[in-house]
Design a protein around this ligand. Sequence first.
Ligand SMILES: [Mg+2]
Length: 258
Amino acid sequence: MPLDLASVVAPLRADPAATVLLFDFDGTLSPVVDDPAAATALPGVTELLEELAGSYRLVGAVSGRPVAFLAGVLPSSVALSGLYGLERRVGGEVVGHPEAPRWRPVVAEAVREIEAATAPGTELHGIGVEPKGLSITLHVRTRPELQDGAELLARQVGGRLALDIRPAKMSVELHPPIPADKGSALRDLAGDATGVLFAGDDVGDLPAFAALDHLGLGERGVSVAIDGPELPDDVRRRVQLVLPDQLAIVRLLEALRP
Ligand SMILES: [Mg+2]
């Protein structure tokens, strides 16, 4: 049974000091754009996050983006978990996953191979390659006909270098085989909070929704999805609240004011 915004957030507003608010970035706090480097938070979002961070135990972003990118587009009072839990910034300090450093040269080799395979003149030219240090995203938003080619390339390079392949919206990503995802990121940031909200819009957010369920917080465990043509059914089915569009994220943040 779908719930309305006010009744979903009321249990969280009742005890902000014991509550953690976590948000995906792209497609949740920021509109999805063709050029990933150009993404910024929706108007009003950074101010509201900063305001909420003053009352709630923790306000954070949980993203596939590097922390360095998130730090440029979100206020310093917002905790950051980047690269699907491989790095985070809490209280100004950036901490990487202990297993991450040894994978940097492997990921760098994968970037070289993928850039060569998508160079001008190749069949796969037009795939957007975004190196993220510890992961790589192959984007096909502007060239959807290259989706199959991008997935095949990711499987070939990932298979050879023992990297994991993760599908996402109009893209595919290669990651080190480290057991970190948005679920482990959510558990890390939630700590012993008795209330947690997570909002997302993509298959990469499913582990976070599952981790939230496992915390067993009852009405103080709140899952929110942002509707859109690309919202996966798996996400839509498992959340308590589906916001009708991205502008509604501003209404959600406003409704969370204690
Ligand atoms: Mg997203």
